[in-house]
Ligand binder design. Sequence first.
Ligand SMILES: Nc1nc2c(c(=O)[nH]1)N[C@H]1C(S)=C(S)[C@@H](COP(=O)(O)OP(=O)(O)OC[C@H]3O[C@@H](n4cnc5c(=O)[nH]c(N)nc54)[C@H](O)[C@@H]3O)O[C@H]1N2
Ligand SMILES: Nc1nc2c(c(=O)[nH]1)N[C@H]1C(S)=C(S)[C@@H](COP(=O)(O)OP(=O)(O)OC[C@H]3O[C@@H](n4cnc5c(=O)[nH]c(N)nc54)[C@H](O)[C@@H]3O)O[C@H]1N2
Ligand code: SF4
Ligand SMILES: [Mo]
Length: 598
Amino acid sequence: MIQTACPLDCFDGCSVVCDSSHPKRLVGGRVAPSTNGTLCAHLYRHLAESERIEKARIDGQEVSMGEALDAVAKAIADTPWLLWRGSGNVGVMQAVTNLLAKRAGGVLTHGTLCDGAGDAGIVASRGVNRLLPPEQIAKSEVVVIWGRNPDVTNSHILPYIEGKEIIVIDPRKTKIAKRAKLHLQIRPRGDFYLATLLSRFLMMEDAHDKEWLNEYASEYEEFYDFTRTFRIKAILEHIELSLNDIGDFLLMLQNRKVVFLVGAGVQRHESGDATLRAIDAFAALLGLFGREGCGVSYLANSQLGFDNPFSVKTKTEPIATTPFKNYKSVIVQGGNPAESMPCSLRVREELKEVENLIYFGLYENQTSQLAKIVIPAKNFLEKEDIRLSYGHQYMQKMNRVYESDIGVSEHDFSQEILRRIGKEPLKDEKEYIDFILSQAKRVDEKLLSPGFEEIPYRDGFGEDGGEEFEFIDDFYDDFENIKALRRFRKKVKKSRDEYWLLTPKTNKTINTQFNSLEQVVYLPKGALFKDGESVLVKSIWGELLMKVKVDDGLREDCVVIFIGTKDVNILTPPISSTEGDMACYGDVKVELLRVGEV
Ligand SMILES: Nc1nc2c(c(=O)[nH]1)N[C@H]1C(S)=C(S)[C@@H](COP(=O)(O)OP(=O)(O)OC[C@H]3O[C@@H](n4cnc5c(=O)[nH]c(N)nc54)[C@H](O)[C@@H]3O)O[C@H]1N2
Ligand SMILES: Nc1nc2c(c(=O)[nH]1)N[C@H]1C(S)=C(S)[C@@H](COP(=O)(O)OP(=O)(O)OC[C@H]3O[C@@H](n4cnc5c(=O)[nH]c(N)nc54)[C@H](O)[C@@H]3O)O[C@H]1N2
Ligand code: SF4
Ligand SMILES: [Mo]
């Protein structure tokens, strides 16, 4: 049996074992124990359901791989070019193309479409974004699920939180919210305020952990003054929660081992960093860092502690608002910007203007359809790689399961282009892989990420411990009037009701992969549209004709279109967060119009 791991962008980072004579018969492995020897349907879909690109193409005509690589080499020689990499496969070797960019005059991207605002907030408070290991989550008594949807996005954590007291903070009644002891159905973007109020009340009740704070986070009194700059009544009205909600919440946490499982859902906003800072501050007041069975789990920095052979210094563009039109040649690797980036109409217009759009991926998607040159990639069973995880500490070697004639690996793609343009070649792939593996901590024959700490922040904060926790001391947000939207708001006359648009993950897709969703918008009960009706969903950025389904579990001021629904990002804004350069998918409101209505 051959060991590998699931390459998909998912908290769980499952171990996979496979027999080369039946390469598609995948079974859950045990290298990462938290993944429990089971796999989910996505992995099978990844291999079976999507339309695989098998042959290279130029201008729609099939060509040999050699001809296509010649065309790529020509397209990037002596001209400004950009490499836009997505997260279709999260293996470490994906980033080898950074070396191609560095050596061949390419520009890369910075920031993320995913978790960067929250990460920036965590780094500002704690110095580094360390993993809270599943084994610590298992030792908790109370689990606060804050803008995360584990039944869908992180199913392997469920056995670790079974039987515990659950609190959920989510505008939607998710599956876990239905079985929670307390569900605060908060208004979107309200989390900073909720966390700040919780902190204030905790200190008013003198229930904060002064002993721990004096040693590790001594500026808590200044933070108390900061929390007092927000008016209690106005904030409660804004987030539509009551004093009882706050009281119930605090009561459930007192003298218990508490973990917060925070998702990407809370930070897809211009000020998403502040949300994580406020949640972290509340956790610090409770003394949850560095203590067994306690802590704040977010999408951890899986690269922490590594000397990464692929980190390079080059010019970069922000990934959420990449100005494609400034480049004559663009390589898209492992992603689908025409569908996954915010403000699709802008993105698609600009991609069309790129003279040489090169798509390097596994499947046909909206971006491959626009590309002049299409290069098929190898799938994870056909190449060597390493899997790190933002949800557990295990590092996994992804071994090649079988040889295939289809596609080219990211390493070989880069090598072939460098050779064609006469630039310094890469090392053998094995050298990079061995170098990365050599940095792992080895415990009981398992490889652990070098940044792993059994109980994170036990010795304080910062890269090497010893530093203090930094409380947030500045925040600007005037509720509705999101700074970056105000610039555009003038363009539309505000006449009708507006709803927050939520675009959460579903169990039928991984981001834009698999194309398996209907064109459906979920509306709250009071929205005056019936199941099956057509509705025009309109934002400042574009509009979509959708079929209505009514969802009883939605707040009155929210509608939902799942990410992976075709064209959903036509509606979302072309802005980056203030910190972390992250796409602000959550900073958008929509109107609902009857078809024919203007
Ligand atoms: N509205 C809205 N938009 C969102 C989100 C949201 O919540 N709401 N979520 C955002 C988030 S969190 C993320 S992470 C992004 C993801 O967005 P992207 O990074 O664009 O990723 P995907 O859309 O999943 O694109 C995956 C593509 O990668 C290619 N691929 C898969 N494996 C390989 C491989 O081994 N090699 C190569 N070369 N290619 C491969 C496949 O062809 C596939 O079509 O989407 C973001 N978009
Ligand atoms: N099945 C499946 N699994 C996936 C993915 C997938 O596409 N499909 N994508 C993977 C990727 S790339 C990522 S980044 C992770 C993301 O994993 P999660 O963060 O768990 O996923 P999301 O659906 O983005 O957001 C979680 C919840 O946040 C809520 N939410 C939205 N806005 C707010 C808000 O303002 N406040 C609060 N409190 N809650 C809010 C949503 O209603 C949603 O239930 O999942 C990964 N796992
Ligand atoms: S749960 Fe996540 S990591 Fe595990 S098989 Fe499914 S998609 Fe892959
Ligand atoms: Mo993501």
